[in-house]
Design a protein around this ligand. Structure first.
Ligand code: DSN
Length: 425
């Protein structure tokens, strides 16, 4: 069979796009070369439904070792007592938690998507909003911070079974302790979806949600810088509050219900080549160098936020504690859609994003979300943030000047040559 040049040429074009541009999508990153290598390996050929030592197929002795290594490394990173590394994505991880904790029609309480929350936290367009009765909390209009009073009031009114914290577009740290106190009052389980800041939490650079939140989910490809995928963790296992028993009549621990929810509840065969790549990335996170990476992310995000504020941009909550920021462009007479499309032409990639209390549709939006994990992996430091923001500002302030935008694209491509990406390829 001849090499499929059609597909491999497109993969080559995507590599060039990633090399030449400035990547500011807050949920993206560049894996190490060895993580990339592990993904393209032979465990993809193996069926391994079940868990290490308890599979439904023969020949699983090697993938058992791979998966066990991934689980043990992940537990070590977060000081967790139990982990499941099989979810194919963050959405799957969240679905598994809902399957384990809820019955269809049960109430959940999450951060509103339009205020920075995630689709899987109860959006009516998503399984979480279709199968469960979703209620929401928001952010304070003036401060842009999570409105914990609103959360508490809604929790007391609705008495949800599950309270979800975590966000896709929120630049501040969370008060997990307060959320747990509310949950204890109303008898709810707390799930923290730490997909965005997980890499910073892993190194102690943000508050630790593990002691306050019963269940933690995450993706592995954002600040954790691993392959695309999901994980679920517990620091403290606990008896399920619904009295569900195993065939011997013992009350099942939550870890057991979560394992059952992932498989056979909502997935079949695990992706053992991806689990191998997760294990490689977890080893990288355990290394001391990942702490320096996390610190640099925060320094870069703060330098970028300052550079925007100095140019009169309106940052939600006036800054950032983590790797991302959300900018309301209304004072610049721009929509998020126009900003994203125009910056794309200059090879600067980010996404339009609703801002809290947005008056525009989700397809247009008044804002943009920017994050620095990917450019930090490329090697950028604080001083480069000023250059990046200057280029963004130049494009946005004359968004219809095609010649200028073409010029900035050239500047971007030249600038990025000093930050090589995958020289091995
Ligand atoms: N799509 C991801 C993000 O961009 O934040 C969340 O799943």
């Amino acid at each position: 069979m001849q090499k499929d040049s059609l597909v491999f040429d497109l993969i080559g074009k995507e590599l060039e796009r990633q090399r030449q541009g400035i990547e500011l999508i807050a949920s993206e990153n560049f894996t190490s070369f060895q993580v990339l290598q592990a993904m393209g390996t032979v465990p993809t050929n193996k069926y391994a439904e079940g868990y290490p030592g308890k599979r439904y197929y023969g020949g699983c002795e090697v993938v058992d070792e791979i998966e066990t290594l991934a689980i043990e490394r992940l537990k070590k990173i977060f000081n967790a007592s139990w982990a499941n590394v099989q979810p194919h994505s963050g959405a799957q991880a969240n679905l598994a938690v809902y399957l384990a904790c809820l019955k269809p029609g049960d109430k959940i309480l999450g951060l509103d998507l339009s205020m920075g929350g995630h689709l899987t936290h109860g959006s009516p367009a998503n399984f979480s909003g279709k199968n469960y009765q979703a209620h929401f909390y928001g952010v304070n209009k003036d401060s842009g911070l999570v409105d914990y009073d609103h959360l508490e009031a809604n929790a007391k009114k609705e008495r949800p079974k599950l309270i979800i914290c975590g966000a896709s577009a929120y630049s501040r740290d969370w008060d997990y302790q307060r959320i747990r106190a509310v949950a204890d009052e109303v008898g709810a389980i707390v799930m923290a979806d730490i997909a965005h800041p997980a890499g910073l939490i892993a190194k102690g650079l943000l508050k630790d949600p593990f002691d306050h939140c019963h269940i933690i989910t995450s993706t592995t490809h954002k600040t954790l810088r691993g392959p695309r995928g999901g994980i679920i963790m517990l620091r403290h296992d606990f008896e399920n509050p619904y009295g569900i028993r195993d065939p011997k009549g013992n009350i099942r621990l939550m870890s057991s219900l979560l394992d059952l929810a992932v498989f056979p509840g909502m997935q079949g065969g695990p992706l053992e080549h991806i689990i191998a790549a997760k294990a490689v990335s977890f080893n990288e996170i355990l290394d001391e160098s990942f702490l320096a990476y996390g610190k640099q992310i925060i320094n870069n995000a703060q330098a970028m936020a300052r550079a925007f504020v100095n140019r009169g941009y309106n940052l939600i909550s006036n800054g950032t504690d983590n790797h991302l920021m959300l900018i309301d462009l209304r004072n610049k007479n721009l929509t998020g859609k126009k900003a994203q499309e125009t910056l794309d032409k200059a090879h600067i990639t980010l996404n339009k994003n609703a801002v809290p209390f947005d008056d525009k549709s989700p397809f247009v939006t008044s804002g943009i979300r920017l994050g620095v994990p990917a450019v930090t992996t490329r090697g950028m430091k604080e001083e480069h943030m000023e250059t990046v923001v200057a280029m963004i500002d130049k494009v946005l302030m004359k968004a219809d000047d095609k010649k200028m935008i073409e010029g900035v694209k050239g500047e971007v491509n030249t600038f990025m040559q000093q930050f090589p990406l995958y020289p091995e390829l």
